[in-house]
Design a protein around this ligand. Structure first.
Ligand code: UT7
Length: 336
């Protein structure tokens, strides 16, 4: 009998830049206030990659190095890197090869995947399939975004929300029943109209006009995205719980995408799930797009025990959204 082996997360790393942009500092850039940002979003500060020589690949490579160092895993043993990002270093070539180069992953291949804020969950599922197929043993899945590169710091609607960062996880075959169990993913192309960077792609290549009209910056209809995010995250959490016969009391932790504390609280409320078991670090980093979920895993990994049931849920541009159910597995720990 062939039994399916789960892919499981066995190590977590992360990186955020040192430069902190506080709500107070934003008060001098746009017409906003610490009180408005805190009460409407839960964000107090965000990190900014403030070095013109560094980009998304560097943050991702720092996160990978952190993962390798803390776990004691040999960089030569990594087979593949999957980078979820909306802010690649370049439109062409891909960023994953740069990460392999910068992090010394000399035997790895890799590629980029763009599903905006849902990118990390989608990439995790792709990586898990590679492990489950038995074709690869060690895959690093990264969520990394330098949102400061596409944010207009004259637009108060968006500049208060986003920050820079990177998180990385190692996927290996599970030796027990822990690991990635299930995911439910959806897209809604109508959402494209409500959240995007309009220019710089094939539809509107860069021109003097696109620059003049600030079309290379992120634009969103906040209210529509807000409502859609609550609906999308709630519905896919309920669907995956039903499909896996999980009651709320069976879930040990929820890790939601960190876009707005009010979205997170609404989802928690809809699920009748206590907020003290929902992981939140939005106050420190803001919305780092594909990086929010692995950065949460990095910040809170000490709280997770082997066998814990984690419900991870995301919503982002596209629209893309979905939920993943996983059982936290045994972690590599470096003996120092
Ligand atoms: O990662 C996935 C993508 N993004 C999201 O999930 C974000 C989803 N949307 C949101 O989080 C929220 O919609 C926002 C935080 C973007 C906005 O919050 P809101 O409660 O939906 O505010 P609003 O857009 O309804 O605006 C309320 C008021 C408006 O003023 P008036 O029309 O009531 O006079 C805005 O002009 O707040 C004003 N406003 C601000 N005031 C101070 C908007 N941005 C700011 C600001 N500071 N930064």
């Amino acid at each position: 009998m062939i039994t399916k082996k789960n892919a499981t997360i066995t190590a977590v790393g992360g990186y955020v830049p040192d430069t902190i942009l506080t709500n107070k500092m934003l008060e001098s850039k746009v017409n906003t206030s610490d009180e408005w940002i805190t009460s409407r979003t839960g964000i107090k500060e965000r990190r900014i990659l403030n070095d013109v020589n560094l980009a998304t690949s560097d943050m991702a490579a720092f996160a990978v190095k952190n993962l390798l160092q803390e776990s004691g895993i040999d960089p030569k043993s990594i087979d593949c890197v999957i980078l979820a990002t909306s802010t690649p270093d370049h439109i062409l070539a891909p960023t994953a090869p740069l990460i392999c180069e910068k992090a010394g992953l000399i035997n790895a291949w890799g590629f980029d995947l763009n599903a905006a804020c849902s990118g990390f969950l989608y990439a995790l599922s792709v990586g898990a399939s590679f492990i489950e197929s038995n074709r690869y043993k060690r895959i690093i899945v990264i969520g990394a975004d330098q949102m400061s590169a596409i944010v207009n710091y004259e637009d108060r609607d968006t500049c208060v929300l986003f920050g820079d960062g990177a998180g990385a996880v190692l996927l290996e075959s599970s030796t027990d029943e822990n690991g990635l169990i299930d995911n439910i993913f959806k897209v809604d192309g109508k959402g494209n109209a409500f959240l995007s960077v309009p220019a710089g792609g094939s539809l509107f290549p860069a021109s003097a006009l696109t620059i003049e009209h600030k079309k290379h910056f992120i634009q969103q209809d906040g209210r529509t995205v807000f409502k859609s995010a609550i609906l999308g995250m709630t519905s896919t959490c309920i669907e995956i719980m039903e499909r896996n016969a999980l009651k709320t009391e069976d879930i040990d932790w929820i890790i939601p995408h960190q876009a707005n504390l009010r979205i997170i609280e609404a989802v928690s409320n809809n699920l009748n799930f206590p907020m003290n078991k929902v992981k939140v670090n939005i106050e420190k980093y803001g919305n780092t797009t594909a990086a929010t979920i692995p950065l949460c895993m990095w910040d809170f990994k000490k709280d997770f025990k082997e066998g814990d049931n984690l419900l991870v849920t995301a919503f982002g541009a596209g629209f893309t959204y979905g939920s993943t159910f996983l059982k936290w597995g045994k972690q590599h720990t470096q003996k120092l």
